[in-house]
Ligand binder design. Structure first.
Ligand SMILES: *Cc1c(COP(=O)(O)O)cnc(C)c1O
Length: 388
């Protein structure tokens, strides 16, 4: 794993191309933008903000978030927990995966001091209580929310208990001497604020049925990134919906309200500097693709802003559509749709693809020997700022 202290800083992405002339893909992290986004989320959310580590676990990203004030982390595996707890002594990790190995539960509890564990099934509750002894535990019951029409990924088909199951789990955890919380996740890149209100209403039903007040209530992630060309409601609309939904519940005044944003914090904070290795008419062959940084483009209908960087000479003002091919030998490794680029784009030019901070390096494979892993810091305005 890259070391946070091995970072290289550049004024802008052109300077990166100039200095490194990279034939390999380079992630360009904008730490100022990332810190500002994190601070803004912290200031508008009515509770504690946990960063969902899986979205982008790069040490540079975590360092910036920590410095910006993020102290709480949604983790889902022992390596994620270890990374957070061993790097940041003041950080709190929460074990938000509803299915955990027994040895992993024991280590999380006794080595790393984790006290918050998510469950969505009776057997998992038993496992967590057995392996930890149950002392000081906060059992967070994950409630299944209806699949919102306006999300990119459904995160409820795999996990989550119905309100009546969740109420039974709350009672069972309570009887075993645990504190009890509730959580949900409306699905990633949710663009409909009312999904949070709907989910909070289910939480209300669950609390009524259980007759137990939760000590924490976690509204999950799902907050959208403002991808260029998408109409995304402002973050404030989501917060208003959450505040109103919370007001309708009968909660103890001491309840901890939590959120676990991933994408909304990091999507805009990285762009990717790729290089054209060959042009065949309107087809370009790049050094990164769907098995590397760009696999999300296959699932998600987003079109990231792109711009060409050429070090000597100017670039044509005429744009034309190009198909972008990834570097592996697999014919599937082609980005969907076309990208409008200067008509004279050619081998050796770099193409900066913006808004790739979320689920990019986190999902990259080593297929065919290609593995994007270079991170640098830049301090310019991202291409999306101009395209917006
Ligand atoms: C993936 C995940 C998140 C982060 O989701 P985003 O859509 O990136 O905000 C938060 N919580 C849980 C439990 C997750 O699985």
């Amino acid at each position: 794993m890259a070391k946070a202290n091995s970072k290289q800083r550049f004024d802008d992405v052109r300077a990166v191309a100039q200095a490194l002339r990279p034939s390999y893909p380079v992630y360009c992290l904008r730490p100022d933008l990332l810190a500002e986004t994190a601070r803004r989320f912290i200031s508008v959310f009515p509770g504690t903000v946990l960063y969902a580590v899986k979205c982008n676990p790069h040490p540079l990203v975590l360092d910036v978030l920590y410095k910006a004030g993020i102290r709480h982390f949604d983790t889902a595996s022992l390596p994620e927990i270890a990374q957070i707890c061993e790097t940041y002594p003041e950080a709190h990790a929460y074990f938000m995966h509803p299915v955990k190995g027994r040895a992993v539960i024991t280590s999380a509890y006794s080595v790393y001091g984790i006290r918050h564990f998510v469950v969505d099934h009776e057997s998992e509750l038993t496992k967590v209580v057995d392996e930890t002894g149950g002392e000081d535990l906060v059992i967070v019951v994950r409630v299944r929310t209806p699949t919102a029409a306006h999300t990119l990924y459904d995160l409820s088909s795999k996990f989550g208990a119905t309100p009546s199951e969740a109420a039974a789990l709350m009672r069972a955890a309570h009887e075993r001497g645990c504190k009890v919380g509730l959580a949900f996740h409306v699905g990633s890149q949710c663009i409909d604020p009312s999904s949070y209100g709907t989910a909070l209403a289910l939480v209300g039903e669950t609390i009524e049925m259980a007759g137990i007040k939760p000590v924490c209530l976690d509204v999950g992630g799902g907050f959208p990134a403002a991808y260029v060309g998408r109409s995304v409601p402002p973050l404030e609309d989501f917060m208003t919906e959450i505040r109103n939904g919370l007001k309708r519940l009968t909660l103890d005044p001491t309840v901890d309200i939590l959120a676990e944003p991933g994408r909304a914090l990091v999507a805009d904070a990285c762009s990717l500097l790729t290089q054209v290795q060959l042009r065949k008419d309107d087809r370009l062959y790049l050094n990164d693709g769907i098995y590397g940084s760009l696999s999300e483009m296959m699932q998600v209908d987003v079109r990231q802003p792109v711009r060409v960087i050429r070090l000597s000479g100017s670039v044509s003002q005429d744009l034309q559509p190009f198909v972008l091919n990834g570097p592996t030998c697999d014919s599937l490794d082609v980005l969907p749709g076309t990208f409008d680029l200067p008509a004279d784009v050619r081998e050796g030019d770099w193409i900066e693809i913006d808004q790739v901070g979320a689920y990019s390096n986190a999902l990259a494979t080593r297929f065919n020997g290609f593995f994007p892993e270079t991170f640098v810091e830049v301090h310019d305005a991202p291409p999306a700022a101009a395209a917006a």
